[in-house]
Structures are given as C-alpha cells and as structure tokens.
Design a protein around this ligand. Structure first.
Ligand SMILES: Cc1cc2nc3c(=O)[nH]c(=O)nc-3n(C[C@H](O)[C@H](O)[C@H](O)COP(=O)(O)OP(=O)(O)OC[C@H]3O[C@@H](n4cnc5c(N)ncnc54)[C@H](O)[C@@H]3O)c2cc1C
Length: 363
C-alpha cells in the first residue's frame, strides 16, 4: 500500500488525509501542536468546499458545526450593494466554527492516524521515496509527503527555499467570537465602508456572535487590538446603522480579540517534486478579503486525490496536480487582485461576487 505522510493537522491537512485515504493510500498526519486546534474563530466555507466534504461522506457532521449564511455587502450608510448579475447561489455560504470543524475532521481521519507534538523538520528524497526527519530526531520513509503545514511551511521552505512569506502591506484584520447569550445578535451584516475598511457580524450556529473588521492600506496599529477594531468599525457606521457591530466588539473581552497583520505566500514556480506536494496555505496563503483560502485549500485535497487515482505513477500524478493548480491559482490571483483594488464599495461587491461565482463553479 502507498504510504503518505501529511505534514499539518489544519483544515487542509486533515481533509487531504481523508481524500488520500479514499483513493487507497495509507495516511498518517503529523501536527506540531500538542492538540488539533485552530487559530481563528469562525470560517466561511463556500459550495465548492462543501461539495468536497459531501464526496468524502462527512457533510452531515460538518453541517452540525455551523449554519448556512449569505454574503451581501452594505455601504457605510446601510444601503444594500446589489449585484443583480448574481443570484442567491453566489452569495450563500456556510459559517463554521473553526475549532469544532477541525475536531470533526480529526475524528473522521481517526485520532490513531494523527501524531501530535510532531514537527516535520526536513526531508530527503530519492526517485522512489521520501524520508521525513522529525524534530524529535526520528525519521520515517514514505512514498509521498504532502506539505499542508500552513503559511510558514517547513516543506515549502525545503522544496523552494526562495519562496518566503511576505507581509501584505497595510492589511490588518481583527476578529472575535462571543458565546451564546453574550450579545443579542439575530442576523448578519457585512459592510464596505470608508478608508478601505470592511467588516461585520453574524449570529453563529449556537446563538453566539462572530465579528470581523479589516482594513486595507491601514496605518500601523498602535493601540490595543480591541481599541483598534473599534476605531475601524467607526468607518462602517454612518448614521448609527451598524451600532450592533460596535456593541459586539465592545462585548468581547480584550484578550480574546484576535489581530492579524496579513501575510501572504507569493506565487510559486512549482508545487511538487517527484515525491512531495504542497496544499493549502503552504502553497497559496493569500489575502483573506475574498474569504476563500480554506475553501480553495479543501479543493487542493480533492485535486490531489483525483490525480493520484488517475495516474498510478507518483511523479506523473504530482506533475498533473501541479499543472492543474498553478494556472488555477493564477486565475484566483487575478480575480482577487481585482477585488482588492476596488474604487467604490459597489465595485467591491460586484467583483467579490464575480470571484465567488467563478470559484464555486470551478474545481
Ligand atoms: C483573518 C483571516 C480570515 C480568514 N477567513 C477565511 C474564511 O472565512 N474562509 C476561508 O475559506 N478562509 C479564510 N481564511 C484563510 C484560512 O484561514 C486559511 O486559508 C486556512 O486556515 C488554511 O488552512 P491550512 O490547513 O492550509 O493551514 P493552517 O490552518 O495554518 O494549518 C497548518 C497546520 O500545520 C501545522 N504545522 C505547521 N508547521 C508544521 C510542521 N513543520 N510539522 C507539522 N505540523 C506543522 C500547524 O500547527 C497547523 O495546525 C482567513 C484567513 C485570515 C488570516
């Protein structure tokens, strides 16, 4: 049986393990952390990602850790930014609880197949195998190594040493998650406001609330995370229409406001070697203004398993995977850049819907 090691027990690594097992591989996941966890709060997943979970037979379990939602944008005065060229299917997504989602995936993989507190440090590759060296000094040999080890991927660093993550200049996000009862949030609203600020809130599946505020071209934050989030949220709140957003931010304990200066991975000249492949943020961590990194990474898992099933020869399968993914992500970048360089909130809404429409109808 073909033995595969997946580096990284995040959403993409765990989904990759399930997808590879389905095409007959014997898969082990290694995760550097002592537990399966997830940084972040809530995660918007689109139809393309849900279709992969459906194919993997876990759609019901995923549905239990989130709720359906719709992504429509308003301007700072509360006016709906309509996109009549796109129907409801281009706006519908699924708002999942990130840690619960990763738990569902880890259970589906089977905890016995996941080695925690184990970090991939390096690998050596021959024509027939890849020997993976772990941070505890041990090593093991596999037929395939998948680097799903995120933004600061050790596997990518080994495969393409020049491809270092870099800041997305001036792009900052602040997020929070409130438990049920902490705030009275019934619906959801997303706003594209002044000063290239964007943000909103949504009720979560358990009756709590999720909020997000971000700014492109932001001045360097100098105050505490909550204070900075409240400052940006003012740019989304002409006439008090978005008071609810300020209320949920204010209700979030200071130490639970998550601030991310955004960092991205530049386009890679290659994704694979004969025995090694990248997937998810390790290959394409991108600006989250398109709310799509995880959904796209989940599709990587499906694409990799598809090519492995189609090509019995491993190097051929990985070459086919790379030839499929690199042009796909060139298109992602073109559409994502168009959204980022919006001139008006209405333009943001149209371009965002155009990106989403393309993504959910692609593989
Ligand atoms: C503010 C923000 C909001 C976002 N919102 C959305 C959204 O709504 N929808 C969406 O689709 N995407 C969103 N994204 C993007 C999304 O979070 C990522 O694309 C996704 O989490 C990537 O998953 P991953 O499994 O590739 O990487 P990660 O989630 O980073 O997982 C990598 C895992 O590998 C482990 N690891 C790292 N190095 C090693 C090693 N050497 N050995 C072993 N293990 C290792 C890490 O501990 C981690 O568990 C957002 C991103 C940001 C920053």
């Amino acid at each position: 049986m073909t033995r595969a090691l997946v580096a990284g027990g995040g959403i993409v690594g765990l989904t990759t393990a399930l997808a590879l097992r389905r095409v007959g591989l014997d898969v082990t996941v290694v995760e550097q952390a002592p537990e399966i966890r997830s940084t972040g709060t809530s995660l918007g997943l689109w139809r393309n990602a849900l279709a992969v979970f459906s194919d993997l037979g876990i759609a019901d379990r995923i549905r239990a850790v989130g709720r359906p939602a719709s992504m429509y944008f308003h301007d700072a005065a509360g006016r709906l930014l309509e996109t009549p060229e796109h129907g409801p299917a281009d706006h519908d997504y699924f708002l999942a609880n990130r840690p619960l989602l990763n738990d569902v995936l880890a259970d589906a993989v089977g905890r016995a197949h996941i080695r925690l507190s184990t970090r991939v440090a390096a690998y050596t590759e021959t024509a027939d195998s890849v020997t993976v060296h772990f941070s505890d000094g041990s090593a093991d040999t596999f037929d395939l190594l998948v680097g799903a080890d995120g933004l600061h991927s050790a596997v990518r660093t080994h495969l393409i040493p020049s491809a270092m993550p870099r800041p997305h200049p001036g792009h900052h996000t602040w997020r929070g998650l409130l438990p049920p009862g902490a705030a009275d949030v019934t619906g959801a609203a997303m706003t594209v406001g002044h000063h290239r600020c964007r943000g909103g809130y949504a009720r979560t599946h358990d009756g709590g609330a999720y909020w997000l505020v971000s700014q492109l071209g932001s001045p360097t934050p100098t105050a505490g995370a909550k204070s900075e989030a409240l400052t940006r949220a003012e740019h989304l709140n002409d006439n008090g229409w978005n008071d609810q957003l300020l209320t949920v931010i204010a209700a979030t304990p200071d130490d639970q406001v998550l601030h991310n200066p955004i960092t991205i991975v530049p386009p890679l000249p290659r994704w694979t070697s004969h025995r090694v492949a990248l997937a998810g943020d390790a290959a394409h961590a991108m600006s989250p203004h398109i709310t799509a990194g995880a959904s796209l990474g989940i599709q990587d898992a499906a694409a990799l398993s598809h090519h492995l099933a189609a090509h019995p020869d491993m190097p051929q399968a990985l070459a086919a995977y790379e030839s499929d993914r690199i042009p796909h992500y060139a298109r992602v970048r073109t559409l994502s850049d168009a959204v980022e360089h919006y001139r008006t909130p209405a333009e943001f809404a149209h371009r965002y819907a155009a990106f989403t429409h393309w993504m959910i109808n692609s593989t």
